[in-house]
Design a protein around this ligand. Structure first.
Ligand SMILES: [Zn+2]
Length: 306
């Protein structure tokens, strides 16, 4: 059962103690009850705070082990607050803002948390688009005044995939690509769209191999200029992303970390009609408990492989 706070007051009342946060994480992580990660046994002795020992194989585990909260030296209370702030505000929060609200001394800690949480926002392979999809590419970054233009070198090329339902934008997937070659675009589509779908694009040759990959490919516009004159639904998403990056981050993001911001934007956009912000909180805790721990050094290494 999805159980989450609906208002700030409810949040404050529920998650005031470390025990309450541990219990919540326990319920989200093991909704059917404890499972030993080593042998699958459903019974464990509770040890000290949040630690369990399997009655069968004696393996010791904690509710945070194997999640992005693993080895954190900060209380879950603070993590939960960060997640609440990130999900309860329509446009999210930047590291500086969060650092102030949480009263943390170290900017780097908050910055790393945010990247880890953004990482938890995507469920690879599980959020693929299906049916009728429009895809096009846009350039992001490098347009800040005062910055010397270096053409495409200072920008990132991003494929925007939009699933249409009754002619309207329903869901999106975003994927950064190194270039607009057939190989790069096909990889992006394969990652974001289920085979069997119809993919509508402009006449850019990079998309011409899609039918061989199990998609129905439709060219709905003959012109083919990479990064310009986007298909309308894609264009709307592109402007919204750019506005969000400017508004929430004052455009101050490093392009090398763009993938994380794209993940966050996708999460927000795909859940924009969710009437309860608390549900987003629940979803993010759930996903943070379901993915493997991320080392700080991996946050930097991910960028070398866009
Ligand atoms: Zn066990």
């Amino acid at each position: 059962m999805e159980d989450y706070p609906k208002t700030l007051l409810e949040f404050e009342e529920r998650f005031g103690t470390e025990e309450a946060c541990i219990q919540y994480l326990f319920n989200v992580r093991w909704p059917e009850g404890f499972r030993c990660p080593h042998c699958g046994c459903p019974r464990a002795w509770p040890m000290r705070r949040g630690l369990y020992r399997c009655v069968h194989c004696r393996f010791e585990t904690s509710v945070t082990a194997g999640t992005i909260f693993q080895d954190t030296r900060k209380p879950l209370r603070l993590w939960f607050r960060a997640i609440w702030l990130l999900t309860s505000q329509k446009y999210g929060a930047n590291a500086l803002g969060l650092q102030r609200v949480l009263g943390l001394n170290n900017y780097r800690t908050v910055w790393t948390w945010l990247h880890k949480l953004r990482h938890a926002m995507v469920r690879p392979g599980r959020d693929q688009l299906f049916d009728v999809i429009r895809a096009d590419e846009t350039y992001i970054g490098g347009e800040k005044p005062g910055k010397r233009g270096r053409g495409a070198a200072g920008k990132a090329l991003v494929v925007i995939m939009v699933e249409l339902k009754a002619g309207k934008t329903a869901w999106i997937r975003l994927r950064r690509v190194p270039d607009a070659s057939g190989h790069s675009l096909e990889e992006a589509i394969k990652g974001g769209v289920k085979t069997g779908s119809t993919v509508q694009t402009d006449g850019w040759g990079g998309y011409s191999g899609l039918s061989k990959l199990g998609y129905t490919h439709e060219i709905i516009r003959k012109e083919a200029i990479v990064g310009k004159n986007l298909l309308p639904e894609v264009n709307r998403v592109a402007s919204l992303i750019k506005r969000w990056l400017l508004g929430t981050y004052q455009g101050g993001i490093h392009l090398s970390h763009l993938d994380y911001y794209l993940d966050e934007y996708t999460f927000r956009f795909n859940r924009r009609t969710s009437y309860s912000r608390g549900k987003l909180f629940y979803r993010l805790v759930e996903q943070a408990a379901a993915i493997k721990p991320i080392l700080s050094r991996d946050i930097c290494s991910r960028v070398t492989n866009p």
